[in-house]
Design a protein around this ligand. Structure first.
Ligand code: ADP
Ligand code: ADP
Ligand code: ZN
Length: 214
């Protein structure tokens, strides 16, 4: 199953992608996680990307398209993958389609998480992230068992640099202008499945699995 999770920042893409990945035994492919790993390693690409990420802007299409193309060729993607945070522009979606066609693959379903703007700001400002395993928490909606410590790997949780309120508003503008058109793009392609992302994490999860027929 080759899936895309679409939705504004803070809609729950990462949270849901991790759960579906475990359930189906296919990898989560998160461009945000891959870019943050490149920033942490201090690669030239990471250094350039960091300034754009901190400003709430998108990294150039050719950079993310290249990262995803390489990632999808890895062995663990043979039985499927879940794209989380990619594509984010129509140009990325077109490039994805042509790169998948080269591999003899295509997207089976696009799950769109629908969440209103106020909820998104609340979710992102309370988000805490594990810098080591990428698991995310929420101070109120999905708190770690012991304060500020990742329940999966024991690392100290952090707040992402781009999760501060001013940057969040900028990211929402970017989403509305550059990414939201993909809802219609994939609806026209007959691939879109919309899910009410305002519901509790477990309810959203159950509806996604139902949509996938599992
Ligand atoms: P995205 O990957 O779309 O940016 P995340 O999965 O990181 O979103 O979720 C953003 C924040 O909201 C996290 O702190 C997460 O714990 C929390 N969250 C995710 N889904 C829900 C939900 N259905 N209800 C309440 N909070 C949620
Ligand atoms: P969120 O989980 O809040 O939606 P991500 O972790 O997916 O955020 O992305 C964080 C930042 O990384 C984005 O604001 C953007 O700067 C960059 N980024 C991630 N994915 C892409 C992409 N597909 N195209 C361009 N920039 C991206
Ligand atoms: Zn962790």
């Amino acid at each position: 199953m080759n899936l895309i999770l679409l939705g504004p920042p803070g809609s729950g893409k990462g949270t849901q992608a991790k759960m579906i990945a475990q359930h189906l035994g296919i990898p989560q492919v998160s461009t945000g996680d891959m870019l943050r790993a490149a920033v942490k390693e201090g690669t030239p690409m990471g250094l350039k990307a960091k300034a754009m990420m901190d400003a709430g802007a998108l990294v150039p299409d050719e950079v993310v398209v290249g990262i995803v193309r390489e990632r999808l060729q890895k062995d663990d993607c043979v039985n499927g993958f879940i794209l989380d945070g990619f594509p984010r522009t129509v140009a990325q979606a077109d490039a994805l389609q042509s790169n998948l066609a080269d591999l003899g693959k295509s997207i089976n379903m696009v799950i769109s998480l629908e969440v209103d703007n106020e909820a998104v700001v609340e979710r992102i400002s309370g988000r805490r992230t594990c810098p080591d395993c990428g698991r995310m928490y929420h101070v109120q909606f999905d708190p770690p068992e012991s304060a500020d410590t990742c329940g999966e790997c024991g690392s100290a949780l952090i707040q992402r640099d781009d999760d501060r309120e001013a940057t969040v508003r900028k990211r929402l503008d970017v989403y509305a202008q550059q990414t939201a058109p993909l809802v219609e793009y994939y609806n026209n392609a007959g691939l879109l499945k919309s899910i009410d992302g305002m519901q509790a994490i477990q309810t959203v999860q159950a509806e996604i699995l139902q949509a996938l027929g599992c």
